[in-house]
Ligand binder design. Structure first.
Ligand code: FAD
Length: 521
């Protein structure tokens, strides 16, 4: 499809948008302009969807949604924006951002789902297997194809897999494997990228390396990822999934840190996460959220009298093969778990297939869709907090500010800085061990706007408290309103970020929803 919309770029307001609709839908256009093979949609459901996200707290109107066939179409959209005065371009993965990061008010939204199937090729570099996948592919589909067709799987994941490859690589991509392999950004070796100059570039650690590291964790500011080469490992068949409960934060962190710091893989589990929950029978925030099977029962009588308002759960996974005997798996588990100091009797475990384990959050998604909390606003807060300050964070935030829960998971587990590549654009705290903290708030249907605003305000209070008290922290999936806050976020790497922007997107066309740079006229 060849569409002509250039005359309208100079004034891309709402009126122009409807004019574009007319001119785009007819192909007897006005002048050479947005010449792409894919679709351009100026109204209807696609545009409505592009104006919203999972956070559900922002709503903007893009000029049009572009459904590209491949990188040339994306480059065409960027070049069209370059020719205009103020047009911007946002790649939209699955729109699972919280604060409008994948939106482009009055701009072009590139719906990456139309390219999801463009690449899927497994290869080897020496002994190391990799898969080339599309930036718009969902991790869930990458998993299913890699395992079913090749018995292989990526090494580092997110908890939920309804996210796109390009979307998580633009942030970091963190789950319970990251202590060993680093975030997803540490597990890709090559990218194809469309830059803000409209160039289609292949990059890696050795080829166009500045672009490669800029784009990884780059919040969509330097280029649109159309292909990623993701490292693979042999996929296990099964996972023993275990949860153990602690009353004391110190003991929880000591065991978690011990597990993530083991040099030898056989001395730890393959997956280590943790969460905080309310010490009570609340079905959404309390004891019932811990057992892994309907037949399991959380026995509160096991808790010591001294236990406080919140408790801590270490979540572990051990990979094994169908050919491993049960007794062998039991032995490996007991050897590792025997060193941990959780409360006796508060241990839960199930065995499930590796794919079901990685898709575990999909079940929560299905439930949330039934009860209506998937569609309601999600005022989430994600932070990285250094080991030095996580105790103080626990005392003030977990034990006081959110001691009644957030109506959803409150994750907290350690990661190792040495597994993160400082050359990428991701920001993490100082110090080798830091914790990811995620307050994943779900709000019931019909919650008043003012109540959601209070939750957003509480998130801000937490961030302000961190700043005031000199907590060594960084926002993950950051969202700031002012230039000063972005400068503080990047610290002494701000100038590197600005230089990279000048190199790869000098007109500030890409990902305007991050609100870091203003479009240059
Ligand atoms: P979008 O929200 O569509 O885009 C995010 C940003 O990346 C935007 O700025 C967009 O312009 C840009 N972008 C999108 N595609 C590309 C591309 N191809 N090239 C360049 N830039 C692009 N994160 C974790 O790390 N671990 C988790 O366990 C985890 N669990 C989650 C669970 C749920 C239910 C949700 C909603 C989110 C979760 N996240 C997690 C956060 C997730 O990583 C971010 O939402 C991320 O943005 C990916 O979502 P997306 O693919 O929908 O990207």
């Amino acid at each position: 499809m060849i569409a002509y919309i250039e005359p309208y770029f100079l004034d891309n307001d709402a009126e122009a948008a409807s004019a574009v609709t007319a001119s785009v839908l007819s192909t007897d256009g006005v002048s050479e302009s947005l010449d792409i093979q894919g679709e351009i949609l100026c109204g209807g459901a696609a545009v409505d969807i592009a104006g919203r996200d999972f956070g559900g707290m922002n709503c903007v109107k893009p000029l049009a949604v572009v459904r590209p066939v491949g990188p040339e179409d994306i480059a065409g959209a960027v070049k069209a924006a370059l020719r205009s005065d103020k047009l911007t371009v946002a790649a939209r993965g699955n729109g699972h951002s919280i604060n409008g990061q994948a939106m482009a008010e009055g701009g072009l939204v590139v719906d990456m789902s139309s390219t999801a199937e463009n690449h899927f090729e497994v290869g080897f570099c020496g002994d190391t297997a990799y898969v080339d996948v599309s930036g718009g592919a969902l991790w869930e589909n990458v998993l299913k194809r890699c395992v079913s067709e090749y018995g292989l799987a990526p090494r580092s994941w997110t908890d939920y897999l309804g996210l796109t490859v390009g979307g998580t690589l633009s942030n970091a991509g963190v789950s319970g494997q990251a202590f060993r392999y680093g975030p997803q950004t540490s597990n890709v070796t090559e990218l194809d990228v469309v830059t803000g100059n409209g160039d289609v570039v292949t990059c890696s650690e050795v080829e166009n390396s500045e672009l490669f590291f800029s784009v990884l964790g780059g919040l969509g500011q330097f280029g649109i990822i159309t292909r990623a080469r993701v490292l693979l490992q042999p996929a296990p068949d099964m996972v023993r999934w275990i949860r153990v409960v602690y009353t004391e934060f110190d003991e929880f962190t000591r065991d978690a840190e011990w597990l993530v710091s083991q040099k030898d893989e056989s001395s730890s589990f393959d997956y280590v996460e943790g969460f905080v929950f309310v010490n009570g029978d609340d079905p959404v925030n309390g004891w019932p959220t811990v057992p892994l099977h309907p037949d399991h029962y959380f026995e509160p009588a096991r808790l010591p009298q001294s236990s406080g308002s919140v408790l801590y759960c270490l979540e572990l996974g051990l990979h094994y093969r169908d050919s491993d005997s049960n007794s062998n798996v039991d032995k490996r588990v007991e050897r590792l778990i025997g060193r941990l100091r959780f409360i006796e009797g508060l241990r839960f475990e199930v065995d499930l297939s590796y794919v079901d384990f990685l898709l575990r959050v999909k079940r929560s998604e299905e439930i949330a869709k039934v009860i209506g909390t998937w569609e309601t606003p999600h005022p989430w807060l994600n932070l990285f907090v250094s080991k030095r300050d996580i105790g103080e964070f626990n005392r003030t935030v977990f034990k006081e500010l959110v001691k009644n829960g957030v109506n959803g998971p409150m994750l907290v587990y350690p990661l190792l800085r040495s597994r993160w590549d400082e050359r990428t654009s991701v920001e993490v705290p100082e110090g080798e061990i830091f914790y990811i903290v995620a307050l994943l708030r779900f709000v019931p249907p019909c919650t008043k706007v003012s109540s959601v605003e209070k939750l957003v305000a509480q998130n801000q209070d937490i961030v302000h408290w961190c700043v005031r008290n000199g907590i060594d922290f960084k926002l993950y999936l950051p969202h700031y309103k002012s230039r000063e806050e972005w400068i503080r976020h990047f610290g002494n790497r701000w100038s590197r970020f600005v230089d990279r922007k000048a190199m790869f997107d000098p007109m500030a066309i890409l990902s305007p929803g991050q609100k870091i740079f203003n479009r240059s006229p």
